[in-house]
Design a protein around this ligand. Structure first.
Ligand SMILES: *Cc1c(COP(=O)(O)O)cnc(C)c1O
Length: 940
């Protein structure tokens, strides 16, 4: 192996490290360790059939060649995807900055104040622009946001109706996603042209687009009134840029607003990732799905941010959860929020006004040339009638480098955006065969719908006009946070491994970034080849027959997989099979996804060793034999163990007529050693933002491909922009989901090759067992499998010390911040424990630094236990320590400041200081504030 090998860069421990780690674990080689750890029933002894590994520069050259086969045209297709100028200061300092993109979801608020503030800006932006009280911290895309709005409306509506009305002028892909979500829930979707058709007598909600897909801006107030009269809720899918000029949904009484923030500086990326948004009126905030950032206070009473209403997470609600969204679109939400921070209200209004003027000019020119333009008010989109000539016009524009929307044989849609130039408008005119106009052009926005209310009045949106100010603001927030660029994030189940720079670079190339999802096929050959190869490689890695990358998060892959199972049963006349068995240790999204797929969840217990209880499994299968649809298990288990019973579990469920879903979030423990598609499973989702190196982005983006065996392949998600296919619901708004970040896993697989991937798995398992071996005598390791070995993660049981000393899992997590670490996963899957997943990317020095910190913390716990330190006032209870706290004049604590600030082994100069003390979550939930508080609120 030469030093050129990427795998040597990706994998932290070198050969000497490996030998020392193997010694500690008690094995002579990684092969021997893996032979012992992985049950022979699932072990695969082949070698992955992947191309030989490319070096970084070779892979980048191949990606350049693929990118060159995409054509960046001027996109005037619209339909929810628009050209936008990403301010360079945001591109380089957010999208391309590991301090932002390698951060984890802000569950530990003390080390996440920067991204929490950025998300609060996003929420404030959405809430101000929509005129609604509360917005969440992002949805996966506009289609899924609209679908969540539908189910929210159903929960909140007093109407007993099953009917959801969707205006025919909604985005076609939104209608497809809504229809796909509605069917398993027994909701009847009625698409009506509400410009001419009346509302039905009874319905629980209505979805309106504003402006419509055709571009038409209509006054929806009468529809809102009519809907409210029958107890229905109204969702308005609104374009945020248009809302700088138009009366917002909240001011006409809409209950919910949903949409995308893509055109706020986020590249189209062939469909994603972008941040969807969801906002609700006062009174509905506690029903809002997804993550919500709120303001609370820390132990010193200072204002501090944290995720609000955490109890609504699927982890706790499980089968009572109403949404499965977990990973969202944080990085993109940060970008969109920063776009608003940088431009401010006046800048946004100007961008919107300019966009509108271009569209108005375009329309006037068409009219002057005798082309019929729909006689409606519009913002940025014009629909022109050219009977029988639409295809010809679109082709002519395309020949001139401009993509237009072919509505039907007679109509062409043209959307303007921030990037539209006068020259491009002239090209469109030429494509229509008209000369255009000179001189003044009337506004086409209806005066009656003009926005009169202020927005973005908070100082944050008014004080970062210069690039210097913006740069420093981004730097300041990034410095508040702990991401992988500072140190290890040993989060069990989350696989926080290296996100290599070479993997990231292509994401911002124009040939990947600036492609509309509906661009003509001949302009996207490079993308489609990349996606085809990636799907093929993922099929090889997992042993499945077919893969779809459409789902844009793990949760969405789960739903896609379960819907495929459902459709398969139905295709065989087994409509009645609707029971989904889920082990009690499962990730919360599993149960939530099953409910969304119209299944009934039946929980299977775990035995004393943490394995699926096969006796209980038999009992549950017996009780539901005729209605069994599926079992959903995680492998290795969420306890981080290679369960030996997996093969017999698969056989039992198959014998009873059910299908086996293996949650592939833990694939990092299997790649190259076992393939779920060959050891008995029928379907899995993978988390490309875990095993395959897409960075977590502070809580998104992600990609959750669904992988199936051949019999389920006919039920994979269909193209949301195509004709509906029964049994193949669209899962995301774009055909290839978050296509824009697929170069990352492509590059990872391309550079690792078969041997590199297997070695990564081996080292990940070795690292987890090394940590378990070093920490076992200080904290019991809760579960183990074959020969006392864990898989790629281990659970440290703190319950005995908590019982003996009162020191909680929270105290340990927060004290780790003082030691310079992000806490492991807390209280999942077992309350009162920490789950550690080191991954293959951390070298031995960092693993040892972590183990040393945990051992030192154990000694601190003993001092509390022995009474040397009082229970309520010790370095654990007071953690984390801020610079302000230990540098202040007041020090009433019974231990030296240095113990608070510089615990054993902490480097003085490079110390990470959290900006706030421990955050009081409950206080913030009781006093819910989910938009930027006034500056006075920070005075403590
Ligand atoms: C992360 C995870 C999921 C959910 O994935 P998201 O991308 O966050 O939706 C599901 N199951 C398990 C076991 C996981 O670890």
């Amino acid at each position: 192996m030469t030093a050129e090998q990427f795998a040597d860069r990706h994998i932290g421990p070198g050969p000497d490290d490996e030998r020392r780690m193997l010694d500690a674990v008690g094995y002579a080689s990684i092969d021997e360790l893996m032979d012992a750890a992985i049950p022979e029933v699932i072990r695969w002894h082949g070698r992955l059939d992947l191309p030989p590994p490319a070096s970084e520069h070779e892979a980048l050259a191949e990606l350049r060649a693929l990118a060159a086969r995409n054509t960046v045209a001027v996109s005037m297709i619209g339909l929810g995807y628009h050209g936008t100028h990403t301010p360079a200061v945001i591109r380089r300092n957010v999208l391309e900055n590991p301090a932002w993109y390698t951060a984890y979801t802000p569950y530990q608020p003390e080390i996440s104040q920067g991204r929490l503030e950025a998300l609060l800006n996003f929420q404030t932006m959405v809430s101000d622009l929509t005129g609604l009280a509360t917005a969440n911290a992002s949805m996966l895309d506009e289609g899924t946001a609209a679908a969540e709005a539908m189910t929210l409306a159903r929960r909140a509506s007093k109407s007993g109706s099953r009917v959801y009305v969707v205006d025919a002028d909604a985005l076609p892909q939104t209608i497809a996603v809504i229809a796909g979500r509605a069917e398993p829930l027994g909701i009847e979707v009625r698409v009506l042209d509400l410009a001419v058709e009346p509302l039905p007598a009874e319905f629980f909600g209505v979805h309106l687009q504003y402006p419509g897909a055709s571009g038409a801006v209509r006054d929806h107030a009468p529809l809102v009134e009519a809907a409210h009269a029958v107890g229905a809720l109204v969702t308005v899918a609104a374009d945020l840029l248009a809302l700088t000029l138009l009366r917002p949904p909240g001011e006409i009484g809409a209950d919910i607003a949903a949409g995308t923030t893509q055109r706020f500086g986020v590249p189209m990326g062939f469909g994603g990732p972008h941040a969807g948004y969801l906002a609700v009126r006062a009174g509905l905030e506690r029903m809002l799905p997804g993550r919500l950032v709120g303001v609370s206070r820390d132990a010193a009473g200072a204002a501090a941010y944290r995720l609000a209403l955490q109890t609504r997470e699927q982890h706790i609600r499980r089968e009572k959860a109403t949404s499965n969204i977990c990973t969202a679109q944080v990085l993109l939400a940060v970008m969109a929020g920063m776009y608003a921070v940088y431009h401010g209200p006046d800048g946004l209004r100007e961008i919107a006004a300019r966009t509108h003027r271009m569209a108005a000019r375009l329309a006037a020119g068409l009219r002057a040339g005798g082309v019929e333009v729909a006689d409606v008010a519009f913002f940025d989109t014009v629909t022109a009638r050219v009977p029988g000539r639409a295809g010809q016009v679109v082709a002519e524009a395309q020949r001139r480098g401009v993509n237009l929307r072919l509505v039907d044989a007679d109509r062409v849609g043209v959307s303007c955006d921030e990037t539209t130039t006068a020259e491009q408008v002239a090209v469109v005119w030429a494509a229509f065969g008209v000369d255009g106009v000179a001189g003044e052009v009337p506004e086409m926005l209806p005066a009656a719908l003009a926005r009169t209310s202020d927005f973005l009045t908070h100082p944050v949106f008014r004080t970062h006009r210069s690039e210097t100010a913006m740069l420093r603001y981004l730097r300041r927030l990034a410095d508040f946070d702990y991401a992988l660029d500072r140190g290890m994030i040993p989060l069990g189940s989350c696989t926080m491994k290296l996100n290599a720079t070479a993997e990231m670079e292509p994401v911002s190339w124009a040939e990947f970034a600036n492609i509309h999802p509906l661009a003509p096929a001949e302009q996207t050959a490079g993308y489609r080849e990349l996606i085809g190869q990636l799907e093929g490689w993922l099929a090889e890695v997992t042993g499945y027959d077919a893969v779809s990358v459409q789902p844009n998060a793990g949760s969405q892959g789960e739903l896609a997989g379960l819907l495929a199972i459902r459709a398969w049963h139905r295709s065989r006349g087994d409509q009645h099979r609707d029971v989904c068995l889920i082990p009690s240790s499962a990730h919360g999204t599993n149960a939530a996804s099953a409910v969304m797929a119209g299944m009934r969840v039946v929980v299977v217990g775990c035995d004393a060793d943490g394995n699926v209880d096969l006796v209980d499994l038999d009992a549950k299968i017996d009780a539901h034999r005729d209605t069994l649809a599926a079992i959903m298990v995680t492998y290795p288990s969420t306890h981080g163990v290679y369960e030996t019973g997996i093969a017999s579990l698969c056989a039992k469920v198959h014998d009873a007529g059910g299908q086996v879903y293996v949650d592939g979030a833990n694939l990092n423990a299997l790649v190259g050693f076992a393939r779920p598609g060959r050891f008995g499973a029928d379907v899995s989702h993978l988390n490309l933002h875990k095993t395959f190196c897409i960075p977590h982005g502070g809580g998104g983006p992600g990609v959750g491909p669904v992988a199936v065996r051949a019999h389920l392949a006919p039920f994979l998600p269909a193209d949301p922009a195509g004709a509906p296919v029964p049994g193949r619901p669209a899962i995301a708004a774009a055909r290839y989901g978050s296509a824009g970040i697929l170069p990352i896993p492509w590059a990872y697989l391309r550079m690792m090759g078969a041997d590199g991937l297997a070695r990564a798995t081996g080292v990940a398992v070795l690292a987890a067992n090394y940590v378990a071996a070093r920490l076992r005598e200080h904290f019991p390791v809760l579960y183990a499998g074959n020969k006392g070995l864990v898989a790629h993660e281990c659970i440290l049981d703190l319950r005995p010390v908590t019982k003996a000393t009162g020191v909680s899992v929270d105290d340990v997590a927060k004290r780790l911040i003082d030691y310079g670490f992000h806490a492991p996963t807390m209280s999942f899957p077992v309350a009162g424990t920490l789950m550690v997943e080191p991954t293959e990317s951390e070298d031995l020095a960092e693993l040892d630094r972590f183990c040393d910190a945990m051992i030192a913390i154990r000694a601190e716990i003993d001092k509390v236990g022995s009474g040397a330190w009082p229970t309520g006032d010790n370095p654990l209870a007071n953690a984390p320590h801020t610079a302000e706290m230990v540098g202040g004049d007041d020090w009433p604590h019974p231990y030296p400041r240095s113990v608070g600030a510089w615990p054993a082994g902490v480097e003085r100069a490079g110390k990470y200081w959290p900006p706030v003390r421990r955050v009081d979550g409950g206080y913030g939930d009781r006093n819910l504030v989910c938009s930027c508080p006034s500056p006075q609120a920070y005075e403590s």
